[in-house]
Design a protein around this ligand. Structure first.
Ligand SMILES: Cc1cc2nc3c(=O)[nH]c(=O)nc-3n(C[C@H](O)[C@H](O)[C@H](O)COP(=O)(O)OP(=O)(O)OC[C@H]3O[C@@H](n4cnc5c(N)ncnc54)[C@H](O)[C@@H]3O)c2cc1C
Length: 442
């Protein structure tokens, strides 16, 4: 069903991540003057290019370069910083809490749901208090400073137990996010030991835990097994088919009886659709993603569209083997769906026929640290340096905006010239401390 032609439509995009940014870019490029207004709502003023978070954490890329400022690139859209709290499609309203802390109701004619996913936490004692996720630029910066500051602390203590705890880093979840973050940070920390008189490479303990019997489900099992071997060669302890039972007070207990203390627990054990959707009146599937047609229109609501991690989009490339197949939550689909969605919204506004989204997975690439990687793409399996080069080439090409592509390439060139920067800016996490100390009476 096509939109009735009337005055300018109000298009509201919820979320300014991959889908939100690319859909808005597509719309601002194609919309005629006065055809529609576009508003993007996101708590952050930027889109985050998540596949580069591990490199940002390891200091190979300047963190600011892996985010794209929404206001700078969405010149023909309105950007509103706020958090969606409720979607009431029956009333065509969305309630948000603005960045200033006020509640506001927004109405729309066309709604695009691009709210992504959040970390899927399990009821493990101590997880919420001791753990950290790895989905945002804030977490990546924090983790880098945290790892480096644990090395500084370990270097300055004579207590062997405290030192061991500081130098033990645990990652739960062997998907791309966990494996890449561990691979990059381990590489960085090992390089940093050269500059510590009393920390040796073998003093660092890196642990990867996964409930499944393999890691990297995104690539073929042989590449997953290769990655385990490559990590173990570097001294990483990999626990497969193992559950984390407790993290209370930083004391890690695993289902096979292993126990150790760690100041660093990174939780990357999967994602779930944004929980805001649960309280909306939009149709959800069994994994609480918004159900869409292959056109990316939400089932039963032609004026609502959804894509990316928060949407259950039929995967037409796999429907022959599985009629209920849904696109996996990854950047490859998010970007393509967003572009497709923008074109379909324009077609719909102009009363033209819509097209179905169809994309066959091209495979995956992952970095495991400088010069190391795995790739399984277009039927070709690659390991080591060629896979790592492919990872960088693919992602810099996919990175939005020419500005960011150039800045990231410059970061890599400078990194090649001057080696890694091992600086920790831990003061960022408590910038008032020095000022407060100075304000104490003499
Ligand atoms: C570390 C890491 C590495 C990855 N590497 C790869 C990779 O190599 N290849 C690959 O294909 N995929 C990768 N992914 C997955 C990929 O990044 C996601 O699939 C992709 O970001 C999904 O896009 P999206 O637009 O659906 O969600 P997002 O890009 O997460 O965007 C969601 C947006 O919604 C906003 N938002 C959240 N809650 C609210 C709210 N209440 N109100 C308003 N806005 C809100 C967020 O701030 C965010 O901007 C990786 C993910 C991570 C975390």
């Amino acid at each position: 069903m096509a939109a009735k032609k009337a005055g300018p439509k109000r298009i509201l995009i919820l979320g300014g991540g991959y889908v939100g940014l690319y859909a808005a870019l597509g719309l601002q490029r194609k919309l005629r003057a006065n055809e529609a207004s576009v508003t993007v709502v996101d708590p952050q003023p930027h889109m985050t290019y998540q596949p580069f978070l591990p490199e940002a954490a390891a200091g190979s890329i300047e963190p600011r370069h892996v985010v794209v400022p929404l206001r700078q690139v969405l010149r023909r859209c309105h950007v509103l910083n706020g958090r969606v709290q409720e979607i009431k499609h029956a009333d065509r309203t969305v309630t948000i809490e603005t960045a200033a802390g006020e509640r506001e109701q927004l109405s729309y004619d066309v709604l695009i749901v691009a709210l992504g996913s959040v970390a899927r936490l399990l009821p493990v004692p101590g997880l919420a208090e001791e753990g950290i996720g790895f989905k945002s630029i804030g977490e990546a910066i924090w983790l880098r400073n945290h790892v480096m500051s644990r090395m500084d602390q370990a270097a300055s203590t004579t207590d062997p137990d405290v030192r061991r705890r500081k130098l033990t880093f645990a990652f739960v979840g062997g998907g791309f996010a966990g494996v890449e973050a561990l691979g990059e940070l381990e590489d960085m920390a090992r390089y940093a030991t050269r500059f510590y008189e009393n920390i040796d490479e073998k003093d660092l303990r890196w642990v990867l835990i996964d409930a499944a019997d393999r890691i990297l489900p995104e690539v073929r099992p042989t590449l997953g097994a290769y990655t385990v071997r490559a990590l173990e060669k570097r001294g990483v302890e990999v626990y497969l088919s193992t559950l984390a039972k407790s993290f209370e007070n930083g004391h890690v207990v695993l289902s096979d009886g292993t126990e150790f203390d760690s100041d660093t627990i990174v939780w990357t054990a999967g994602v779930k659709a944004n929980p805001v959707l649960k309280s909306s009146d939009l149709p959800l599937d069994d994994r609480r993603r918004v159900r869409t047609h292959p056109t990316l229109q939400v089932v039963d609501h032609p004026e609502v569209w959804a894509a990316g991690d928060c949407a259950g989009v039929p995967d037409l490339s796999r429907t022959e083997e599985d009629p209920n197949a849904v696109c996996p939550p990854n950047a490859q689909h998010a970007v393509r769906q967003a572009r497709h969605l923008a074109k379909n919204v324009i077609r719909w506004l102009r009363g033209k026929e819509l097209k179905d989204y169809h994309h066959k997975n091209l495979g995956s690439v992952a970095s495991l640290g400088l010069g190391r990687g795995v790739a399984d793409t277009l039927g070709i399996k690659l390991k080591g340096w060629p896979a790592w080069a492919m990872h960088r080439a693919y992602h810099v090409k996919a990175m939005p905006t020419f500005n960011r592509k150039v800045r990231i390439t410059m970061d890599w060139l400078l990194g090649g010239l001057f080696r890694r920067d091992i600086l920790s800016l831990g003061q960022l996490h408590d910038p008032h401390a020095e000022f407060q100390r100075a304000s104490r009476p003499d």
